[in-house]
Structures are given as structure tokens and as C-alpha cells.
Design a protein around this ligand. Structure first.
Ligand code: ADP
Ligand code: MG
Length: 598
């Protein structure tokens, strides 16, 4: 052991290697390169961009723009790490109006490819071409033509073979690239954009408005089925289009939400739109939308994720209510003609007196809260100690403060069970109430769906195995659903004839009803046999419904904590598969108003 230290003394890694390692964060696949280069071109003020791809971007990604270009000096700096023309100081992050600011993309791309940049500054006709290989500058030469920038990225990951090997097949990588181009095209409808792959033109988009662009990207008839959204409230505005019921699809994928022009993924905000469709569409049907949300850049942190696809809102629920209300308003006609629909709560308030001050809530993709955060959330003694440390440090080191804030997004204090039915939790600016049954149902449903694609099956052995006998019809249904039940964690053996012995059940299940649950799953499967959902979805839904804690079940503090934690780790924590809400929130302002405390 001690030898190895001697043999491998500590060294500072060479810059090229540092860049190669860091490249993994920003550049995961050809589509990441396309995203970064397109954003740079737009930041450079281009209004014409051409994207040329060969072999799904593995051989060539070339992007030509008519933006402001780079001087020879700028070009010599551009591929260095943390070289950016877009911010100068920390405050600039709060009023960011460019896509880029980290100054990492070109450095990362240069480190893992053969990169050629030819650029001519605006109003000039002479510029420079530079060629790098694996981050090493190889060629500098004069270059003449029209102003703009022409970047070619060849043989991506040629010097990091492990990464290159991990790339998916051509169709998948091409799909990812197309998705990136589409996002940029939708957020910049005035941009003239051409995109070809292996000499085949995939998109050739003239400059136009958003409606025309949606038609040009998806299908012509999409334009007919759009409802316009265009609303403003204080410093927030929302504009774009939501598809009507003709554009509802069975799978997610056609939802485009842009925050200040940047494509983002945010479950809560998407669910704000979905919630308006509740009662209009079947479960697992999703509406089409392209929406651009503008809010004060100081109200969001876009620097929580290297590719900036996830952002953190200072006040998520406020934004949620805002989106929900304005989408509902845009869809008012559709909603009113649908019989089963009740208007969302937010609609009942007019924007004037609506309370937009419900606190931020946990989001983000980190599925398990670290133990530290959990204690911070639920253990009040621990919290106060922790808080003191935190504030003390914050005073001394402003940077620490910023960092710690973004690490603890879920500021939830006390937690209680009420009427053995709901979970009530205190959050920063109010309270949330969670329906314990639907919350657990959501958790079990997603676990079950996931387990179908996994090999390891977690099960708890029953102390007293149960023998169950079935009718001929039920037995034949059992045989259909058995493979899926096994995946979820039910362990069964044939016990002669039409009876089975149940020896183990999923670890997650509430015990006590092991014998009944199988029959219930069969009943449920029969009951919903008419729907076209795949069998595994029915099994998952039945198991989730029957295996979840019920209204009336008392839960310990630990169980409450675990449930809240697991709920917010699911894909869709806010609505159950049937579209009912799982979480409702009340802002302190709302509560104060009830007490006429204003
Ligand atoms: P960032 O975009 O975060 O600033 P990048 O590594 O993507 O970092 O780019 C570094 C710098 O190179 C940019 O700040 C910009 O000044 C310059 N640059 C990159 N691409 C272009 C382009 N297409 N046209 C003009 N300048 C560019
Ligand atoms: Mg950039």
C-alpha cells in the first residue's frame, strides 16, 4: 500500500487531461455539441444558421453562422477553459441574457475532438482559421470571406475511446441531435435554420412566427389545433401555444417549455399545464405545448446543472399557479364545453387578487434526499443547530451561502399525519398537504413499472405462506399477469390444480392483506380489460392501488418522512395516474388572508 503512494506521487494534472475529464459533464454525446454550438451562434447574434451532420455527428458536426464572429485574439482565447465574453462578475448571472456564461463548451469540445474554427469578425472580410486536435493547437492561418463563424467538430471522442464506445446507434444519436435543433428552432422562430444529416435535408426553416414554425417542424395541420397563450402578470409573462385535444398524445415528448428563451425540463411546471387538461384527457395522455415563460432572471438560478437544462426557481409554486391560470384561460372554451371538468382553483381567483406567494418546494432530479437534508427537514433540534452553523458560515463566506442554498432546495420543517389520512408539512412560505394513499400509490406504481425492466426482485418472505385457490377464469388471468407480478416481487408456486402458494411479497407492500391482494389485482385487471393499456400497466396500477397505505392507516413519523421523500423522487409527484392531485399547497399569505391579518 505505502509503495503505491511512492510509485504514484501526487501530481497536478495537465490542462489537456483536466479538460478531457471536465468535458464529460458538458459533452456527453454529439447532440451536446450541437446544443452548445447552436447556443453560441445565437449568442453571437446570428439570424442564419446551417447545421451539417455526418454519421450521426460521430464523424462531423459543422455549424455555420452569420453572427458577429471572432477576432484573432478572441479566437485564441475561446477554447480556453473559463474563457467567456458573456459575464464579468457574479452579479451578471442575475441579469443573464445569453445562453452561455460558463466558458466551458469550446474548451470541452476541443479536448475531445478535432476542432476547426474559421471566423471573420463583423464588417470585415479577413479572419482566421484555427485547428486543434485533442486540445492541442495545430494550425493557424488567414482566412477570407463573409463575416461569421464556421465550426467543424470532427471525430468526436477520438481520443477517449471509452466514451466513443458508449455512444448509441445512429438512429438514437441522430434523434438526440434533431431534438436539440428543434428546441432551438422553437425558441427562435425568426431564425433561418437549415439542418441536414448525411446530405439529407431534415429541416429547412424559413424565418417566421411561432405558429408557422410549429407547422413546419411537426405537421402542417398542427397549426390548426393551437390555442394561443399570451399573458402577463407583474414581472412574469407566458406566451406560446397549447395544442387542443386533437394534439393529445399517448406519450410525453411534445412538451416544450422555455424559460427566458432557454429550454428547460421541469416536472412541476409541465404538470401545471397537464393539470388544466385533467378531466379532458385520459390518464397517460399528454397535451402538446410550446410555451415561453419570461421571468426576472434574478428569480431563477440557471447555474445548477452543467448543461443548464434544470433550473431552480426562487418561488416555484408561484410560477406554477401562474402557468396553470393562464393556460386554463387560453383553453377556457375547450374546458367549458367538456362536461366532466371542474375549473382549476387558480382560475377562480382573478389575477388581481390571486395569491402568488406559495413557497418553493423540492424539485430537481436527485432522487434521494441526503440524510443530512432529511434531518434538516424533519428534525427541528437538528435544524436549529444546523441553521446556526449555516448562518455563521454564510456571514463569513458569501460563496458558501450561495452553494449551500442550492443544495437544500426542500426547506420543509415539521411534518404531521392528520386524521390518519393526510400528511401535512410545513414549507418555507406555507404548508403542503399530501394525500397519503395516492402518494403511496404513485410511489408503488412507478416502482412496479420500473421493476419490469429490472432483473433483481426485492421480496420479503412471508412467515406464513398463503394458499389461494382460483376459479378457472381467474386462474387463466393469473397466468397472464404472473410474469409481471413476479417482477414486482410476488413469489408464487403452483400448489396443484388451480391453487398457488404465495411465499413472498414486494418489500414495499403494506403487510396484512397478502392473500387478498392477488385476487384484487385479478379483479382490477378484469375490470379494466376493455382499456387498451398494456397488461403490465394494469398490473402496476392494481398493485399500487391495493398495496398502498389507505386512508385510515396510522403512519409513524419515519414512515411519513420516507413517503414524502419517495414521493418527490417520482417522475410525477403532483398528480396520481388517474389525474387526481396528490399535493395541495396553501401559502402563508392565503392563510393570513383567511384570518383577515392583512
Ligand atoms: P460561453 O458560451 O459560456 O461563453 P463557450 O466555450 O461556448 O463559452 O464560448 C467561448 C466564447 O467564444 C464565447 O463567450 C464567445 O465569445 C466566443 N464564441 C463561441 N462561439 C462563437 C460564435 N459562433 N460566434 C462568435 N463568438 C463565439
Ligand atoms: Mg457557449
Amino acid at each position: 500500500m505505502s509503495n503505491s503512494t511512492a510509485k504514484n506521487p501526487i501530481i497536478i494534472l495537465p490542462d489537456v487531461l483536466v479538460d478531457q475529464i471536465a468535458a464529460g459533464e458538458v459533452i456527453q454525446r454529439p447532440a451536446s455539441v450541437v446544443k452548445e454550438l447552436l447556443e453560441n451562434s445565437i449568442d453571437a447574434g446570428a439570424n442564419r444558421i446551417e447545421v451539417v451532420i455526418k454519421n450521426a455527428g460521430k464523424d462531423l458536426i459543422r455549424i455555420v453562422d452569420n453572427g458577429i464572429g471572432m477576432s484573432s485574439e478572441a479566437l485564441s482565447l475561446a477554447t480556453q477553459r473559463h474563457a467567456t465574453s458573456k459575464i464579468r462578475e457574479l452579479k451578471d448571472l442575475e441579469r443573464l441574457n445569453s445562453y452561455g456564461f460558463r466558458g466551458e463548451a469550446l474548451a470541452s469540445i476541443a479536448a475531445v475532438s478535432q476542432l476547426e474554427i474559421a471566423s471573420i469578425p463583423a464588417q470585415e472580410n479577413q479572419g482566421e482559421r484555427r485547428i486543434w486536435s485533442g486540445g492541442k493547437l495545430e494550425t493557424v492561418e488567414a482566412f477570407g470571406g463573409k463575416s461569421g463563424t464556421d465550426i467543424a467538430v470532427k471525430n468526436l471522442f477520438f481520443n477517449t475511446p471509452a466514451r466513443r464506445k458508449f455512444l448509441k446507434g445512429k438512429p438514437t444519436e441522430t434523434r438526440h441531435i434533431t431534438e436539440q435543433v428543434v428546441r432551438v428552432a422553437l425558441s427562435n422562430p425568426e431564425l433561418r435554420l437549415k439542418y441536414s444529416n448525411d446530405k439529407k435535408t431534415i429541416l429547412d426553416l424559413p424565418s417566421g412566427d411561432l405558429k408557422a414554425r410549429i407547422g413546419a417542424i411537426f405537421q402542417k395541420n398542427y397549426s390548426q389545433y393551437l390555442q394561443e397563450v399570451n399573458n402577463k402578470y407583474q414581472a412574469m409573462s407566458l406566451d406560446g401555444y397549447v395544442g387542443n385535444l386533437n394534439l393529445v398524445r399517448k406519450s410525453k415528448g411534445e412538451q416544450y417549455l422555455f424559460l427566458n428563451g432557454r429550454y428547460i425540463q421541469n416536472r412541476l411546471m409541465n404538470s401545471a399545464v397537464f393539470s388544466v387538461f385533467r378531466g379532458l384527457v385520459k390518464r397517460s395522455e399528454y397535451p402538446f405545448f410550446v410555451l415561453n415563460l419570461q421571468i426576472d432572471p434574478a428569480e431563477v438560478d440557471v447555474n445548477v446543472h452543467p448543461t443548464k437544462i434544470e433550473v431552480k426557481f426562487a418561488d416555484e409554486w408561484r410560477v406554477y399557479n401562474f402557468i396553470k391560470m393562464f393556460v386554463a384561460e387560453a383553453l377556457r372554451d375547450i374546458i367549458q364545453t367538456a362536461p366532466s371538468f371542474s375549473p382549476p382553483v387558480a382560475l377562480q381567483d382573478s389575477p388581481k387578487n390571486a395569491q402568488f406567494t406559495i413557497s418553493s418546494h423540492r424539485s430537481g432530479k436527485n432522487p434521494r434526499l441526503p440524510e443530512e437534508t432529511q434531518r434538516l427537514m424533519f428534525d427541528s433540534n437538528y435544524q436549529s443547530q444546523k441553521e446556526t452553523d449555516y448562518l455563521q458560515k454564510a456571514q463569513n463566506f458569501p460563496e458558501y451561502f450561495l452553494e449551500a442554498q442550492s443544495d437544500a432546495p426542500f426547506e420543509c420543517g415539521n411534518i404531521w399525519q392528520i386524521h390518519n389520512k393526510y400528511i401535512c408539512a410545513e414549507i418555507r412560505n406555507g404548508i403542503v398537504i399530501i394525500d397519503q394513499h395516492v402518494a403511496h400509490e404513485r410511489v408503488l406504481y412507478e416502482k412496479a413499472m420500473q421493476s419490469f425492466s429490472e432483473t433483481e426482485v426485492p421480496a420479503q418472505q412471508l412467515l406464513f405462506p398463503v394458499v389461494i385457490e382460483f376459479s378457472p377464469e381467474d386462474y387463466s388471468i393469473l397466468l397472464d399477469v404472473l410474469p409481471f407480478m413476479k417482477k414486482i416481487g410476488f413469489q408464487m408456486r403452483n400448489f396443484g390444480g388451480r391453487s398457488v402458494v404465495l411465499e413472498g411479497v414486494p418489500g414495499e407492500m403494506r403487510s396484512g392483506e397478502e392473500g387478498k391482494i392477488i385476487k384484487q389485482i385479478i379483479d382490477y385487471t378484469k375490470e379494466y380489460a376493455m382499456q387498451n393499456d398494456p397488461v403490465q400497466e394494469k398490473v402496476a396500477a392494481a398493485y399500487a392501488c391495493k398495496g398502498a397505505v389507505k386512508a385510515g392507516d396510522p403512519l409513524t413519523k419515519e414512515e411519513l418522512q420516507a413517503l414524502v421523500d419517495q414521493l418527490f423522487a417520482t417522475e410525477e409527484p403532483y398528480f396520481c395516474p388517474h389525474g387526481r392531485p396528490i399535493v395541495v399547497n396553501y401559502s402563508l399569505d392565503e392563510i393570513d388572508k383567511r384570518f383577515e391579518r392583512t
